[in-house]
Design a protein around this ligand. Structure first.
Ligand SMILES: NC(=O)C1=CN([C@@H]2O[C@H](COP(=O)(O)OP(=O)(O)OC[C@H]3O[C@@H](n4cnc5c(N)ncnc54)[C@H](O)[C@@H]3O)[C@@H](O)[C@H]2O)[C@H](O)CC1
Ligand SMILES: [K+]
Length: 514
């Protein structure tokens, strides 16, 4: 599913009207009709049904007037509370206001206060205050109206976006309406899918309002990876597949106290379809990992008296990396100086597609310019916001305030693929392509989940997936496996090995879903 900013949506609107001659009124009619249909479907039609429409002076309010007219035709009582004087309403919205029976509209230029009883008596409140035209923090009578709507205790359906959400980034501009359902038009906006906006909006429906396909296709936007798009990325396996054709991954991981990270990355690669997995670990940890893993082959590297990798392990690691289809570097490596030095050397010399995570990223953060030495070879980083902050020199709040921009800039500057983890992980490609991941849940906020993701992505790279597909499908599958688990165990107490073991079933379910 494609997702755009509010500004891009407004330029789509302009092109549809200006170049394709579609009247704005027709678009507004379809938008309002789509909302009315969604309301009818959710709440049913008929006598005794009441929708209170809280409308602003812009076109979002205009959609609200259409909703009132259509629901009235279906037997609803559909009063409009207009938070502006009628003279302030212009254009298509004014034309639709005129089509309403004057008795339906209450003009409230001084605010919604005093209307609480009417809201409480409704089956549904329709939020048509602000949409993509929001341009500042919400205060004054609109702010007060949002508080009153949120306090009324009645289900809310938001028109296009919950009022108060920035269409471009999902941030709350002061305060925002909490809706059960949002009906967005033509394309979803970033504010509909990025948190916190996605949570404020509830369930999302995107209505076709007849925008010309060419205009929609040509508009710049991001991809939102949902079940359908993830399924489209899965490649068929040949019936002739054998372990050699499904990719041999090398995982370079582990230090004393962090053997679990190494084991999970290796096992998750196997659970994601890798043909073979070799796990290179500091020699002292070999007995532990020999018993922790079964299918993965451990390679004890370096001296047996150290529980971490030394810089001197370089040649041995390069020799085991020869011929591997993908390498993962980082889970549980630790931050010893000698290990950091080793990571820096490996960056320049490893040939295979390389996934870097965790302590591997912390080592890269000390000298990110070394990434440029990988010239032309595939590099894929999977930072969480803290690691992204260290890599980019920004603070965590700066990263969180512009997750897309941050991921996109770093990927382009250092010519890497990058997964910025968190609720709605962002996947960025070196050519500027950006995807937003649609799977995952708060149960994943626990140690080791990143090690699992590293294994999944390494396995997909090893199977020959394009790096952008490996990052997008791997991130989706990881979150999707956790989503499948939520149904049986909830979000508290789910651990990384649960997700690791759920991967094959999740892939199976994804392929079967229609
Ligand atoms: N995208 C489509 O295909 C269609 C969208 N439609 C609807 O139109 C709105 C966008 O309408 P627009 O008039 O541009 O903006 P808004 O209605 O969101 O509001 C703008 C209005 O509000 C003022 N304003 C902005 N910020 C604030 C604030 N913080 N506090 C108070 N007032 C504010 C601003 O000055 C404007 O006057 C889109 O979301 C859809 O719902 C069409 O129906 C056609 C199809
Ligand atoms: K709205």
């Amino acid at each position: 599913m494609k997702v755009v900013t509010g500004q891009v949506m407004q330029s789509i609107d302009k092109r549809a009207i200006g170049e394709f001659g579609i009247p704005g009124l027709a678009l507004m009619e379809r938008a309002g009709t789509a909302c009315a249909d969604a309301i009818s479907e959710r709440f049913g039609d008929g006598v005794g049904k009441k929708a209170v429409i809280v409308a602003g002076k812009g076109n979002n309010g205009g959609d609200g007037f259409v909703i009132s007219r259509i629901l009235s035709q279906r037997g609803w009582e559909a009063p409009v509370l207009l938070l502006a004087s009628p003279e302030a309403v212009t254009g298509d919205a004014a034309a639709n206001l005129k089509r309403l029976d004057p008795g339906v509209v209450t003009t409230l230029p001084h605010g919604l206060s005093g209307q609480e009883h009417l809201l409480k008596s409704a089956s549904v409140v329709v939020d048509a205050l602000l949409g993509t035209g929001i341009n500042s923090e919400v205060g004054g009578i609109y702010g007060e109206a949002i508080d009153i709507v949120n306090a009324c205790g009645v289900p809310v359906v938001a028109v296009d976006l919950p009022s108060g959400i920035d269409a471009g980034n999902g941030q709350v501009l002061g305060r925002a309406v909490r809706a059960e359902l949002t009906v967005s038009f033509a394309l979803a906006k970033l504010g509909n899918v990025l948190y916190p906006g996605a949570e404020f909006g509830g369930r999302l429906a995107v209505a076709d309002i007849g925008m010309p396909q060419a205009v929609v296709d040509e508009a710049p936007g991001c991809e939102f990876v949902d079940e359908e798009s993830a399924r489209g990325m899965i490649r068929k396996r040949s019936v002739l597949a054998h372990k050699g054709s499904n990719g041999h991954c090398l995982i370079i991981a582990g230090s004393a106290g962090k053997t679990g990270a190494a084991a999970m990355a290796a096992q998750s690669a196997l659970r994601s379809g890798a043909g073979l997995v070799s796990l290179a670990i500091p020699a002292a940890l070999n007995p532990v990992l020999e018993s922790k893993t079964t299918e993965a082959m451990t390679i004890a590297v370096g001296r047996e008296d150290k529980g971490y990798f030394l810089a001197g392990a370089l040649d041995e690691l390069l020799s085991v990396a020869k011929g591997k289809d993908a390498v993962a570097l980082g889970p549980g490596l630790g931050t010893a100086h000698s290990t950091v030095y080793l990571v820096h050397s490996l960056l320049a010399l490893l040939e295979a597609p390389l996934v870097i995570d965790a302590d591997g990223l912390n080592a890269v953060a000390a000298a990110p310019e070394l990434l440029l030495q990988r010239r032309g070879r595939v590099t894929l980083l999977t930072p969480h916001p803290g690691e992204m902050a260290r890599l980019s020199g920004l603070s965590i709040p700066q990263v969180e305030a512009d997750r897309i921009g941050c991921a996109r800039d770093f990927a382009a500057r250092f010519q890497v693929y990058l997964v910025l983890k968190g609720a709605r992980s962002i996947v960025a490609a070196p050519d500027g392509g950006v995807s937003i991941n649609g799977s995952g849940n708060p149960g994943m906020a626990t140690g080791g989940m990143g090690d699992v993701l590293t294994g999944v992505i390494a396995a997909l790279l090893g199977q020959g997936y394009h790096p952008f597909a490996a990052a997008r499908l791997g991130t989706f599958l990881h979150g999707y496996a956790a989503d499948c688990l939520v149904e049986e165990m909830g979000t508290r107490g789910m651990v990384a090995t649960d997700v690791q073991e759920a991967l094959p079933r999740a892939l199976q379910r994804l392929m079967a879903a229609t």
